[in-house]
Design a protein around this ligand. Structure first.
Ligand SMILES: [Zn+2]
Length: 282
């Protein structure tokens, strides 16, 4: 499993080679949420991963892309937030023992189970990808009870992780965002757009599907309160969710689950940026 500790090592390594790195903010339990910036001449693209605790391979996928960008010439100006949910990653990888006096509370949220490897939420039991201010609380699978997944929180942006990512996004002003999740090899791009905006976003998503071989999903499938949803609704920018890894693999996914996806298209943010620019979508 790709861990928060390994992520910090990778970010420190990159910064020693002159790559701009920093923090978007801190998690509920004070863990820093790093960003990595690969400077380019184009308009900014923002890539996020690891918002769901067990989806550690999405963070690994982002880090592999960062190293690839570091080694080749590129036009796009890409900002990565490779692990939005560091508390969740630590919980999924090390268990409740890593949370000191919160241990018993977390065990209760997990039904007494010491195995947190399937956990998705942050360490307050809030599913961060339903905590954004975009039809908050209206999602099909939304829950009002803290736990491993689907709990929307007390209110939109109740969590420091989602608030920090939203503020960072407004500061960077991306022309496109990509959110890596796992699993299923699918692409989502809709959240109530219409007319030319919907055509634009579908065109970009279709191109992403052709690059990755992933299945394009029309409609929202009842999603609400996600990061992509918020970007589409509030910022009016194209925003894709990409579900990496084959669906027939089981969680917790092994690191190799994203190997084929990475090999097929290691420069995905660059390719999508060039497409968006060439078609006059920004
Ligand atoms: Zn996810």
């Amino acid at each position: 499993m790709y861990t928060y500790g390994e992520l910090l090592d990778d970010v420190n390594y990159l910064s020693r080679f002159g790559v701009e790195t920093g923090c978007v903010g801190a998690s509920r339990f004070g863990r820093l949420i790093p960003f990595v910036h690969m400077e380019g001449k184009g308009k900014p693209v923002l890539v996020t991963a690891g918002i769901h605790a067990r989806e550690h391979v999405s963070s690994l996928f982002a880090i592999k892309q960062i190293y690839k960008f570091f080694s080749v010439t590129h036009v796009s100006d890409v900002w990565w937030v490779p692990m939005v949910n560091p508390d969740g990653n630590v919980l999924a990888s090390s268990g409740a023992e890593a949370f000191g006096f919160e241990k018993n509370k977390l065990l209760a949220l997990n039904g007494g189970n010491h195995d947190f490897s399937l956990w998705k939420a942050n360490a307050a039991g809030v599913d961060l990808n339903v905590n954004f201010d975009a039809k908050w609380g209206e999602g099909k699978l939304n829950s009002r009870i803290a736990g491993s997944e689907n709990f929307v929180g007390e209110r939109a942006f109740s969590e420091p992780e989602t608030l920090a990512l939203a503020e960072f996004t407004k500061k960077i002003k991306p022309c496109l965002t990509l959110s890596y999740h796992a699993k299923g090899r699918e692409i989502y791009y809709e959240f109530g757009q219409s007319g030319a905006t919907l055509e634009r976003d579908r065109d970009i998503a279709e191109y992403a599907a052709s690059l990755t071989g992933f299945t394009l999903i029309n409609g929202t499938r009842g999603s609400a309160g996600g990061y992509k949803d918020w970007c589409i609704q509030s910022l009016k920018i194209p925003s894709l969710t990409l579900e990496l890894a084959p669906d027939d693999m089981e969680h917790p996914l092994p690191d190799c689950a994203i190997a084929d996806d990475f090999e097929r298209e290691p420069m995905l943010p660059e390719k999508l940026y060039l497409f968006v620019e060439q078609h006059g979508y920004i």
